[in-house]
Design a protein around this ligand. Structure first.
Ligand code: NI
Length: 177
């Protein structure tokens, strides 16, 4: 497995819709997921989507366990989610700060659906079906947006709440995105 280069905002590959995975449990899929995990953990990301490493497939991973970039967020179990489908569970929106490994050093305040159901598959084709809220719901929406070619600034409504992490949060020792 390997740490892969993460594409940065401006690369047109980040603006494309990704294709569904058709074959599960293959060596190629496990290898790709392994590279995604290595890349996310090396960069202290809370999540990563396959298009961010230039792979045009509907695969996202996420986890949050005492992540120094998100010190106030609750824990999120390590998840590999393939061909995801999101269903909002309420009309309520909430705003929260997000960063992205494709926009290193930046954070923005992004409105997201407060609670949702997500369905999909793990890398072996096992079904996943969860109802979540809080940061868990936020990270799923952020990562699944990558599969639609959407980056978080495209969801923002108040650009006065967009800036460099070290300026917005001085002295908090948040690691770079
Ligand atoms: Ni991102």
């Amino acid at each position: 497995m390997a740490v892969r280069e993460v594409l940065r905002m401006g690369d047109p590959r980040l603006l494309q819709a990704a294709r569904p995975v058709e074959k599960f449990s293959t060596p190629e899929l496990h290898h790709l997921v392994g590279d995604m995990v290595d890349t996310m953990r090396r960069l202290n990301g809370a999540g990563l989507a396959a298009p961010q490493i230039g792979v045009d497939l509907q695969i996202v991973i996420f986890e949050l366990e005492n992540n120094p970039r998100y010190p106030d967020a609750g824990k999120v179990p390590f998840t590999v989610l393939v061909n995801p489908v999101l269903t909002p569970l309420s009309d309520q929106m909430e705003v929260g700060w997000e960063g992205c490994l494709s926009l290193p050093g930046l954070r923005g305040l992004v409105p997201r659906c407060a609670s949702l159901r997500y369905q999909g598959f793990d890398a072996d084709g096992g079904p996943i079906d969860r109802r979540v809220d809080g940061f868990h719901a936020r990270v799923v929406q952020h990562e699944v947006d990558h599969l639609l070619g959407i980056l978080y600034p495209m969801r923002m409504r108040d650009f006065s709440k967009f800036g460099f992490t070290e300026v917005l949060f001085p002295g908090q020792d948040l690691k770079d995105d």
